[in-house]
Every structure is written in C-alpha cells, then in structure tokens.
Design a protein around this ligand. Structure first.
Ligand SMILES: Cc1cc2nc3c(=O)[nH]c(=O)nc-3n(C[C@H](O)[C@H](O)[C@H](O)COP(=O)(O)OP(=O)(O)OC[C@H]3O[C@@H](n4cnc5c(N)ncnc54)[C@H](O)[C@@H]3O)c2cc1C
Ligand SMILES: NC(=O)c1ccc[n+]([C@@H]2O[C@H](COP(=O)([O-])OP(=O)(O)OC[C@H]3O[C@@H](n4cnc5c(N)ncnc54)[C@H](O)[C@@H]3O)[C@@H](O)[C@H]2O)c1
Length: 480
C-alpha cells in the first residue's frame, strides 16, 4: 500500500474483520452507508483460524467417537485411537488452510471496501492505516468508527514466560504435531475443550485448575461431569494448583514447578488463562481513552466515554460477552444504531428494541464442546446467590429420558432451570450431557421471549428426544 497523503472519506470505518467487524460492515453497507473494513491479519478473525472453527474441527471426531463407542452394532474399531494426521488435516481445511481469499471475496461481494493494514484511531472520526508495505492511508468517517479488534490471550506474569515459548489458543488450534505430554494451565472453556481434543488425539494431558473445579463460571454439576469424563479418557485433572515457575530445558522439555511444590514435565504448555482486549496499539489515547483497556460500550454499543456518539466498540473488545454469536448479535444492533443515527434518528427506546443489546445481560448462550457437552444460557445458581436474586431451582436427571437412552445407551447428564418466582419465567438454564448443544436454543427463546411457564406446558417436545427434559422439569416443579 503506497503512502496516500489524501484522506479517504467513508460513512463508516470498521476496524477489525473478525466475525463481528464483518457483520457491522455488512449491516451498515446494507443500510446504504459507504463502509471500509480494515484488517491487519486475516479476514475472518481469531474465530475462523485460531478459535471456534479449528477447535470444533479437532473436537468433533472426539465427541463422535465418545458417542459411537457406547452404541451396540457398530464396528468396535470405532473406539480405537483417532487418526491424528487425518484429524489435523480436517482441522486445516476447516481453518481454510489459514488463507482468507474466500472471506475477502465475500466482503467485496457485499459491497464493502477492504483495506489490509494496522488501523489506529487518530482523533475524532479519523483513522490511519499502516499497510503491510509500511505505507499509510488516512481515513475519515462521516458517521461512525466501529472498533472490532477482538481479544488475545491474557498470559500470567511469570518470569521468563517468553523464553518458555508457551502455547496460546493459536498453537493449540493450529499445531501440526501431537505433543506427547501437554500441560494446560487454566480450566475455563478453552482449557477443558483443548484438554478433551488433545487427549483424544494422543497427548497425555495434565489440566491444572487453580480453583476447586473446572468451568468455575458454570453450574457445579457441569464441571463435575466434564472432570469425570476427562479422567476416564486418561487426562490428569489437578485442582488448587498454579504454576509457580516454568522453563524450557536444554532438551526442549517444559519443566514446571507447581505452587504446591510439585514438579511436572511436559513437551508443551498451554496457557488458557483468559483473554485481554486487543486495544493496546489502536490509538485510544488520541480520543482520551487508555490503551489496553476493555472498550466499555453501552447497550447501543456506543463508547459513551467519548463525546459525539461516533465511536462504537463491538464484540470481544468491549468485554460484554466473549462469543462469536453474541458479538455478531451486537454487530447487527450496532449496524442498526449507526444507520438510525446517520438518518438523524435516535436509537429506539425499550429493552428489546432493535437498537439495544439487552440479551448481553439476560440471555447469553454458550456451548462447551466437551464430552459431555455443556450448554448454558442466562443466570446460574451461583450468580443468583452472588447477586442476591431470588430464583427457584429445578433439576432433572437427563439419564432418565427415553430420548437420552436412544442417543447414547448409559447416558449420563443433568439439566437445571432457574425460574423467577414473581414473573413466572425462566431466567437461566444449563444442560450437561452428550448432544445437548442443540437443546440450547429452546432455552434461549424461553428466556429472551420471557415465555410464561404456563405457556411452556403447551410447547410439546417430540418423543423420544432429549428435549423432553423440558416436560420433566415442569412436572418436577409442579410436584414440589
Ligand atoms: C480457543 C477458542 C475457541 C473458541 N470457540 C468459540 C466457539 O466455539 N463459539 C463461540 O461463539 N466463540 C468461541 N470463541 C470466542 C470467539 O473466538 C470470539 O468471541 C470471537 O472471535 C470474537 O470475534 P471478534 O470479531 O470480536 O474478534 P476477533 O475474532 O478476534 O477478530 C478481530 C479482528 O481484528 C483484527 N485487528 C485487531 N487489531 C486490529 C487493528 N489495529 N487494525 C486492523 N485489524 C485489527 C484482528 O486481526 C482480527 O482479525 C473461542 C475462543 C477461543 C480462544
Ligand atoms: N465453545 C465456546 O463457545 C468457547 C470456547 C472457547 C472459548 N470461548 C470464549 O472465550 C473466552 C475465553 O476462554 P478462556 O478459557 O481463555 O477464559 P476463561 O475466563 O473462560 O477461563 C480462564 C480460566 O483460567 C483461570 N486462570 C486465570 N489466570 C490463571 C493463572 N495465572 N493460573 C491458573 N489459572 C488461571 C481462570 O480462573 C479461569 O478459570 C471464554 O470466556 C468464552 O467466552 C468460547
């Protein structure tokens, strides 16, 4: 990109072409606003190349095998070790071989201008883009700048961590070899998913949880079931330990000293210790914000700390709900808000208006693709306790359902819903069991739609499906 001393003007500038930036740009373009989308790496973002897509491609064979080994009549060889080479090749294809030609083509077909380079805010409505060849392009937005720069791994402050060459989500989703021993630090979503995948691919995984359970932000029973299955699969799961020190030995191994004085040797170490916003080098200081901070946005996705209602933060970078689907929901809303303001209108009022991302507070769905799967939306019982919300908790054993037995003989799993006793609506749901991922949308509709419990009796689940748990939960409640 040669240096362009003139300033190019657009209605909207979107920084970051991850799933979220692409969706903001799509919405504003569809609303008739000229839009430029700037990307410093690969269009498609973390999700397409080093997160959702490759991780699910690694996990699907493991989960399919876990179901298949329980099913009479299948070739017993289905339970053999996975063909790691074939799984990794499948993963490569699902990550588009780390090329973004297809995405760039789609961006052009949607009528969005695409610019490759590192974008930085340069004051109100101004952005500079440093291209791959070092040249600079200046951009000015007539209406809005949307920051959609996502998040990166948050590594602990451990002396010598760079020299350790640890895995982050990037290596964990793109590695071309299966390490013989893999230590995983952090037992959140990335930790348990990657433990499931790499153990199934042949690594000896040790998962180090600093607390007393895995998936600490979810219902306790979910973490317990996942721990049980991980241990059955041969992984070592340890609780109440942190990494006190770690180094690469001259032989290339990772020597880890644990907080309890124990020692552990591994071939690779993955830090799955959370995320940090990609906001260090995007010119936040030029608009009075602090580089490196989460970019707080209100329900219209506007950065209210900056006057003038021109700056938006959408997706992971605002820290509201770090999921692709939730970021894309925010993107649709941000696009609608930008279009409304460009027409001189105010965002429509009301909690569930098309201009408010209310679901970020009420109904964020998430699926953990482990064996068993964990699917949850809305409030958990811990969260209700912590925030002092009065809820009615109803549990049911998924293993008692005919549909569950059809799905996997010997099925084990559990479901919980939380009800608001005053409003008589569901405010939270968690399902832990094989194949529950597809159950989640029903719970999300119940929560976002504020469907009265009385009406749920009329939503009849088909026999024999795992969805019949809804009926059992309602029956359990009416009997108690
Ligand atoms: C291992 C892993 C697995 C996951 N699995 C799932 C899953 O199954 N389902 C799910 O819903 N979520 C999943 N997530 C979360 C999901 O990846 C994120 O929520 C999602 O990628 C956020 O999208 P985004 O567009 O906000 O950010 P990103 O996907 O991070 O995209 C941001 C883009 O901005 C670009 N960028 C950054 N700075 C600049 C700049 N200055 N100039 C130009 N471009 C810039 C980046 O290069 C990147 O392409 C997973 C996360 C991890 C780590
Ligand atoms: N299937 C999915 O949808 C999916 C999959 C992966 C990630 N994600 C998204 O990405 C986000 C990030 O995932 P994540 O697992 O990196 O973060 P997380 O916040 O879910 O889990 C990180 C864990 O690491 C622990 N931790 C932090 N510092 C530590 C340290 N120094 N030592 C030991 N443990 C430490 C935390 O206590 C926490 O339990 C998730 O919140 C989720 O929104 C979604």
């Amino acid at each position: 990109m040669p240096t362009d001393t003139t300033t190019r003007a657009y209605d909207v500038i979107v920084i970051g072409a991850g799933p979220v930036g692409e969706n903001v740009a799509d919405r504003t373009t569809a609303a008739g606003l000229s839009t430029v989308l700037v990307e410093s790496e690969l269009a498609g973002g973390e999700c397409s190349y080093w997160a959702c897509e490759p991780s699910k491609a690694l996990l699907r064979p493991a989960l399919l095998r876990a179901d298949a080994v329980h099913m009479p009549g299948l070739d017993p060889a289905v339970g053999n070790a996975l063909d790691a080479k074939a799984v990794l090749a499948h993963r490569d294809r699902m990550a588009g071989d780390w090329k973004d030609d297809g995405q760039v083509e789609w961006i052009a077909s949607a009528g969005i201008d695409f610019l490759r380079g590192h974008a930085r805010l340069a004051g109100e409505r101004e952005v500079t883009v440093e291209g791959p060849d070092g040249g600079t392009v200046r951009l000015r937005a007539r209406h809005a700048v949307a920051v959609c720069t996502g998040s990166g791994p948050a590594l602990p402050r451990l002396p010598g961590i760079e020299a350790l060459r640890p895995w982050t989500n990037r290596e964990a989703t793109s590695a071309q070899q299966v390490p013989r021993r893999l230590a995983i630090v952090g037992a959140g979503v990335v930790g348990v998913e990657m433990a499931t995948a790499w153990q199934a691919l042949g690594s000896q995984v040790t998962l180090l949880a600093r607390g007393e359970r895995v998936l600490p932000r979810m219902e306790r029973f979910a973490g317990e079931l996942v721990t049980e299955r991980l241990r059955e699969a041969g992984a070592v799961v340890r609780f109440g330990v942190e990494v006190a020190a770690a180094e690469r030995t001259p032989g290339g191994e990772v020597a880890i000293t644990l907080s309890d004085g124990g020692e552990l040797l591994a071939d690779e170490i993955l830090f799955a210790t959370g995320r940090a916003p990609r906001s260090v080098d995007i010119g936040l200081d030029t608009v009075g914000l602090i580089p490196g901070d989460w970019l707080a946005a209100d329900d219209t996705l506007t950065v209210a700390a900056v006057p003038g209602e021109w700056l938006y933060a959408v997706g992971d970078v605002n820290g509201r709900a770090l999921y692709t689907h939730q970021g894309k929901y925010q993107a649709r809303i941000a696009g609608a808000v930008i279009a409304a303001r460009a027409r001189g209108e105010q965002p429509a009022p009301g909690r569930w208006s098309p201009h408010r991302s209310t679901a970020d507070h009420e109904a964020v769905p998430g699926v953990v693709f482990t064996d068993p799967e964990v699917a949850s939306v809305g409030l958990t019982s811990d969260e209700a306790l912590r925030t002092g919300r009065v809820v009615e908790v109803v549990d049911h054993d998924l293993g008692q359902l005919a549909g569950a037995h059809q799905y996997r003989p010997g099925y084990q799993g559990r479901a919980r819903i939380l009800l608001d006793p005053e409003r008589q609506v569901v405010v939270g749901a968690t399902f832990a069991g094989p194949g529950v991922a597809e159950l989640l949308y029903s719970a999300t509709v119940a929560i976002a739609g504020e469907v009265p419990v009385e009406r749920l009796w009329h939503a009849v689940p088909a026999f024999p499906t795992i969805s019949e748990v809804w009926l059992r939960l309602l029956e359990t409640r009416s009997q108690s």
